[in-house]
Design a protein. Structure first.
Length: 296
């Protein structure tokens, strides 16, 4: 599938007050993405077996399947001629049964659904590792929810999805990673950071060095670190730069006691030591999300 790097979503950014469904979004493990359904506005019925099921007047397509969202999603996807792989029940919010939750799992995604009594509404959210909630929106149509789940699961770019379903609000950071621009986006974000968080003289010295500009930068406790992959576990075989007070810098390789610790007086010297300590063949950083979703 093509990269679609030139596309920009129609709707970008998130409100300060995230939608109520965001609270249940649980981050998946490193190397996976997460897509979750949130179905709100359903009044529950406690059936004879003691299990709460959706109000059939609000969700007749679920009632036709004994209140099972998973079964209803399978019927809907079959009718639409779409395949939802690894569709299963999911843990429901407190007080609700598994009839109110479903998960669509893949290498880079899963899905969740929640029910509330006020009205019929399907809230959809997409989550990525490291980034968190990447996109969300709502619709009254289960058909549309299935179409979005299938599009995400089949690798449709986020930018394309936001153009097709204009109610989806997407994160610029998520779009950048999805388009293979995660390194570029992270450098831009770090260069805009407050000097209270990172010394900008150090950032600019590193950014001016092609070998480091091609790696994925991370800022932690005033340190500037570099990764070979945009999504990775803590630690790296690439040296990191830590503040040592009064404009002094310490260059170390995390979790590698054999690497000699160096103390230098300038940002330029620190950057030079990192470049000298780069492993052979280091860079450019692998765009993990782009590679996982688009197979390159």
């Amino acid at each position: 599938m093509g990269s679609h790097r030139s596309l920009e979503p129609v709707i970008l950014g998130f409100p300060e007050n995230m939608h109520p469904g965001a609270c249940w979004l649980a981050r998946t493990g490193i190397g996976s993405y997460s897509l979750r359904f949130l179905l709100c506005g359903v009044e529950g019925d406690v059936m004879n077996d003691g299990v709460m099921k959706p109000d059939p007047s609000l969700y007749p397509e679920l009632a036709a399947e004994d209140g099972s969202l998973v079964a209803a999603l399978r019927v809907t996807s079959g009718r639409l001629g779409l395949s939802l792989v690894d569709l299963n029940e999911a843990h429901a919010p407190e007080g609700l049964s598994t009839h109110f939750a479903a998960a669509v799992e893949a290498e880079f995604g899963d899905a969740r659904l929640e029910l509330a009594p006020e009205h019929r509404e399907v809230k959809i959210a997409i989550e990525m590792p490291l980034i968190g909630v990447a996109a969300f929106g709502s619709t009254a149509s289960l058909d549309v929810a299935v179409e979005i789940a299938h599009a995400w699961q089949s690798g449709t770019p986020l930018a394309d999805m936001s153009l097709r379903w204009k109610f989806l609000r997407v994160s610029p950071e998520a779009v950048a990673h999805d388009q293979g621009r995660g390194v570029e986006y992270e450098w831009a974000a770090i260069r805009r950071m407050s000097p209270d968080l990172i010394d900008q003289e150090l950032v600019e010295a590193a950014y001016a060095t092609p070998e480091l500009r091609s790696l994925f930068p991370r800022v932690t406790h005033g340190s500037l670190q570099f990764r070979r992959r945009t999504i990775s576990t803590p630690g790296s075989d690439v040296p990191s730069i830590f503040p040592a007070g009064e404009g002094i810098w310490r260059v170390i390789r995390l979790y590698d006691p054999s690497f000699p610790i160096s103390i230098v007086d300038t940002a330029e010297e620190a950057v030079g030591l990192v470049v000298a300590g780069l492993p052979a063949g280091c860079g450019p950083a692998v765009e993990v999300i782009y590679a996982a979703r688009h197979g390159s």
